[in-house]
Design a protein around this ligand. Structure first.
Ligand code: C2E
Ligand code: MG
Ligand code: MG
Length: 434
């Protein structure tokens, strides 16, 4: 039935084939009229023909179709490429809900052509001044004050708008282009620090991210020392971030590079800690100043005991080795308080601020803005008890019973709610309905 319906929409020299259980392929021959109009017309007719319900002996069957289009020669040079690109477009049509059609898109499909174009644009991005730095504040968990900034790159693409680093850094990382980008970030960071100093803002530490490829280039320390000297920036105000994964790619090379950087006097931090496979022994061998706990451990730190344990162990071990610990991606007050009570030194995350433009950071620094840290219960020195029970009347009656005993009483209707209260408060006794 479906085959005959589709066939009825086609012209004499178009071809129809059944290529799978529920898959048909249509090959449209050359036509005099505009090819795009042609394709449109045919797809509309096919959609329409299939949408009509099939009625067989009192049973109505309604089906729809997803259509993917690939054009010769733009979308594929031979039959198998055309077919596979048409399938790719079909998948996309299905994903958008079906009963529709999609044309093959080289970029979405990550075809070599699309990547080549983006890479070509990226090569020119530095020259065309399309790269910009955003800055995200790092704050002290002790005082709440801003103690540093991290520079995060963005690409203001003339057609695509703001492109995030996740979309182009991995691509640049496959070639030496990442080195040009890294050098641009270094120069721009030093220039910006100078501008802030010249505007009489208090000196603030700035961290930049370097890729493994760049980190291992001989002479990196000279490039860095030169950039600092050119803008008159003291080395201790620059921090170089290297990810744990990158460090492990070439341990001997990383140790050599770090030793040279320490001679220049810059700080070094280990990014995304916990996601790589570094042996703990390395942590003591590398001259690292800051260990950054990856966001994946912070995200559910208040209710995932395993991640909480890893974070606590990282903090304890780093402190024993004389290193500072910064938690990444802190989004809630619960996470902030939990980290604080577990003696994490610093944090960065949306809870205090998203990455901001240089102008917005200037305002923030000028205002001397700090993160508010509310001590739990103010000066309340009473013993705190937490009741966890899903039945509201039980919570109420327990509360009533103990009210006159001088306890500070917290109640939670679920485990999640309880964990969140535990993160924010010091609780002495938990009474829970298992
Ligand atoms: P990263 O260094 O670990 O940076 C943290 C990323 O997490 C940033 O994303 C930041 O915007 C985001 N983030 C910060 N706080 C929060 C939060 O509370 N919640 C959530 N959900 N996310 C948060 P971004 O800017 O997209 O950067 C992604 C990664 O790209 C960076 O990870 C870094 O590895 C890389 N990158 C950024 N700039 C550069 C650069 O200049 N050079 C190199 N080589 N890599 C860079
Ligand atoms: Mg980083
Ligand atoms: Mg990170």
């Amino acid at each position: 039935e479906m085959a005959s319906r589709v066939k009825s929409t086609l012209r004499q020299d178009d071809r129809l084939a059944r290529i799978g259980n529920d898959k048909f392929a249509v090959l449209l021959g050359p036509h005099e009229s505009g090819i795009d109009d042609d394709i449109h017309e045919v797809t509309e007719r096919v959609l329409e023909a299939i949408r009509r319900p099939v009625i067989q002996a009192d049973i109505t069957i309604a089906v729809t179709v997803s259509i993917g289009i690939a054009r010769f020669p733009e979308d594929g040079g031979d039959a198998s490429e055309l077919l596979s690109h048409a399938m790719n477009a079909t998948e996309r049509a299905k994903k958008t809900g079906g009963n529709t059609f999609c044309r093959f898109d080289a970029l979405t499909a990550h075809s070599d052509n699309g990547r080549r174009d983006l890479l070509k644009d990226l090569r020119l991005a530095i020259e065309h001044q399309e790269l910009v730095l955003y800055f995200q504040p790092q704050v002290s968990l002790f005082s709440g004050a801003i103690i540093g900034l991290e520079a995060l790159i963005r690409w203001q693409h003339p057609q695509r708008g703001m492109v995030m680093p996740g979309e182009f850094i991995p691509m640049a990382d496959e070639s030496n282009l990442i080195v040009s980008i890294g050098e641009w970030v270094l120069r721009e960071s030093c220039r910006q620090m100078r501008a802030w100093l010249d505007a009489d803002l208090p000196p603030v530490k700035l961290a930049i991210n370097l890729s493994a490829r760049h980190f291992l280039i001989p002479g990196l320390h000279i490039t860095i020392a030169d950039a600092l000297a050119e803008h008159g920036i003291e080395p201790r105000f620059l921090e170089i971030e290297i990810t744990e994964g990158a460090m492990m790619q070439d341990v001997a090379g990383a140790i050599r590079s770090m030793a040279q950087l320490k001679e220049v006097g810059v700080r070094i931090s280990l990014d995304d800690f916990g996601t790589g496979y570094s042996s703990l022994a390395y942590l003591s061998r590398f001259p690292i100043d800051v260990v950054k706990i990856d966001q994946s451990f912070v995200r559910d730190i208040t209710n995932n005991p395993a991640n909480a344990a890893i974070a606590q162990a990282t903090i304890a071990m780093s402190h024993k080795l004389g290193k500072t610990v910064l938690a990444e991606g802190v989004e809630t007050e619960e996470q902030m308080q939990y980290l604080r009570r577990n003696e994490c030194d610093e944090m960065r995350g949306y809870f205090f601020s998203k990455p901001l433009s240089a102008e917005a950071i200037t305002d923030l620094l000028r205002a001397g803005q700090a993160m508010k840290i509310n001590g739990q219960n103010g000066s309340d020195t009473r013993s705190t008890v937490l009741f966890v029970d899903d039945e509201a009347n039980i919570r109420t009656s327990l509360k009533r019973t103990l009210r006159r005993e001088g306890y500070a009483i917290l109640t939670a209707g679920s485990a999640t709610e309880g964990f969140s209260l535990l993160a924010k408060n010091t609780v002495h006794v938990v009474v829970s309905d298992q």
